[in-house]
Write a protein that binds this ligand. Structure first.
Ligand code: AMP
Length: 219
């Protein structure tokens, strides 16, 4: 099962992807996490990507596509299937993804759009904290950790991403609503689009998402 999960920053992609992994036993691949890990490791890819990420801009398509296809085509991932979180973000990336998968005789089965209004996204992003060890996501208002500043799951410290602060938030949302939103038409034209109302409680969204996805996949 190969799924693209897309939605604006703060729409709950990472959280819902984890729920899908628990249900469908496939891999969760987050392009943002891969870039951040590469930066932590001090690699050239991480260094180049970091300058774009800090400004709230997209990393160029050629760099992103190469990195993601390399990951997706690893045998264990190709075998179990994957949920893509944060990739593709442009039509060019979506086309490159389709072409890369076609070479392996595979394809995207379904694309899920998590729909959340912009005002709610800004509220969520400005309250978002991430754990240092495994990027588990919390929100000071809607999903606080049991102990302030500490991850419930692995006990690591929580931090606020620099691109969740100040003008980078608005810039990232502008890019999403002008560019990434075009994926709606791309996947609708392929008859592979599931539209999910993401402006609800986490558990309500995941119950609806899993039910609709199961129905969709058994068509
Ligand atoms: P995310 O954690 O998904 O919000 O990603 C953090 C940042 O990584 C983004 O703001 C971009 O700078 C970069 N990034 C992640 N995925 C992509 C992508 N598919 N295309 C270009 N840049 C990306």
């Amino acid at each position: 099962m190969n799924i693209v999960l897309f939605g604006a920053q703060g729409s709950g992609k990472g959280t819902q992807a984890e729920k899908l992994v628990a249900t469908f036993h496939c891999h969760h691949i987050s392009s943002g996490d891969i870039f951040r890990d590469a930066f932590e490791d001090g690699s050239e890819l991480g260094r180049v990507a970091h300058s774009y990420i800090e400004r709230g801009e997209l990393v160029p398509d050629d760099i992103t596509v190469e990195m993601m296809l390399q990951r997706i085509t690893q045998p264990d991932i190709a075998r179990a299937g994957f949920i893509l979180d944060g990739f593709p973000r442009t039509i060019a990336q979506a086309k490159a993804l389709d072409e890369g998968l076609a070479k392996l005789g595979r394809e995207i089965d379904c694309s899920v759009y998590l729909d959340v209004p912009r005002a709610e996204l800004i509220k969520r992003l400005s309250g978002r904290y991430i754990c240092k060890a495994h990027q588990h996501v919390y929100n000071v208002r809607t999903n606080p950790p049991k102990v302030a500043g500490i991850c419930d799951i692995d006990g690591s410290e929580l931090y606020q991403r620099t691109d969740d602060q100040g003008s980078a938030i608005e810039k990232r949302l502008d890019i999403f609503f002008s560019e990434t939103i075009q994926l709606l038409d791309y996947y609708r034209a392929q008859n592979k689009l599931l539209h999910i109302d993401g402006n609800r409680d986490i558990d309500e969204v995941s119950a609806d998402l899993i039910e609709k996805l199961k129905k969709y996949l058994s068509r």
